[in-house]
Design a protein around this ligand. Sequence first.
Ligand code: ADP
Length: 501
Amino acid sequence: MGIFNKKNNKEYKLASAYAKLDSFDLLFGIIVLDLSFEIISINDKIAQLFNIDEEEVKGKSISVLQTSLKNSEFHDGFWTETLSGHFFANEVQVLVGETKLVPCRLKVVKQEEEGYILLFEKMKIEDTSSITMEPINELFLELVQQSPDIICFKDGGGKWLLANQACLELLHLDNTAYKGKTDLELIADTLPIYEDAFKTSMMSDEDCWEQKKISRSDEMIPLISGKEAVFDVFKIPSFHKDGSRKNLIVLGRDVTARRKAESDLVLSKRKAEESDQLKSAFLASMSHELRTPLNAVIGFSSLIYLEEDMSEIREYSRIITNNSQVLLNLIEDIFDISLIESGQMQVSKVQFDVVRALNEVYEMFPVEINMMEKFELDFKLILKHTNLSLVNDVYRFKQILTNLIRNAIKFTHNGFVHITLSETEKHIEVEIKDSGIGISKEKLSMIFEVFQQVDTGYNRKFGGAGLGLSISKKLANIMGGEIRVESVVGEGSSFVLSIPK
Ligand code: ADP
């Protein structure tokens, strides 16, 4: 293909004509036309440039190529005008593919009686790149606008040049003429909730300018919902040659969910470690709790064997019974905890008389109080209602109350332990109020946690393995209710068991 390869006389003559032209080595493409502007021949470069086949265009009017030519002066009569002059040179842009424009200089050489030679000369490469910038700019803008991350450009004086939709929406500036304004000015244009975020951001902008390098930090942005979003923000400063501030690019990604997951992970790791330590401490204390009554049982039963004095034997047997009871309670507590922990604790739902159940629990304690030699203790049951029933688990109901009352007696040296039965619209409530040692605020939050024993000092002094309250609370929850507590150190505590009717 191409005029050089053809043996056609006419073409050959025309080809030799262009060969005399001084700009030969800049030649990019050649089109040979006859006098009626029909294409006689094209060279390979033209075929590639316009993406056409010589055979296809041969004999057709030059105007078939006009859709591939772009220039500002291009119009319908372009070819007629161009070709009617003897010599014409003009700049045109050849559209290659969908977007790329290749700038060329088009020269027309008229051969009298023969036709025309159109010469396309390449222009400088730099021109090409500058012209192809246009669509790239558009793509870039689209990228900025569509990004789910926030993007904002500021000038060296902190004025906003461009911000994408995500950024404007986040700060409720989407209906604001923000361009040319500083953060300080924009505070007045948006909701007051953003004031602190803007001010913090201004400080971190300044920091970044001073450090003269990319900065990265978490910035908190308040949300309309009242919550806060965490943004992982990069700030990228650029400077003029003289060192003065040019632009600051701010990029931010919402990492609220990620930060939450991270802190949850840290928390659960800490909890797991804590729980591990607590379990070890629990086992250590448990073995102590088990060994003490067991030693008493073994010791006193071997003494009984040798003892002949009947009153001594009775005393030993009392001690053995008490310690066996402690052991049994402990084993039951451990059993309950493991049932609860494994989710296998079940409660039965049977109707029972609340007053009767409460009386049965209450009646157990005077003996215990006497054994503890708390003869002065004002231990009272106050019934605000005498006819109440519940459909729930009476055994667990009594177990919870036994725990709460036993604690109240245990931690009250003198004064009172009052048990009050009342009802609200939806609940039956039993309050166990004592004038005992009380619990500090800080311990109050942990006394119900599994394996969270309170101050071991207390335990040693008062006995107990620290399981009762965690079991009681979980049982109350399984029964659909709750245990509330209020306490003042040195004044006493009030535990309320509340079970729905
Ligand atoms: P235990 O009584 O076996 O130690 P609990 O789980 O029943 O275990 O109670 C946990 C801790 O809560 C007790 O050790 C005690 O420090 C505190 N506590 C519970 N009830 C009272 C109360 N009525 N007065 C003061 N402290 C109490």
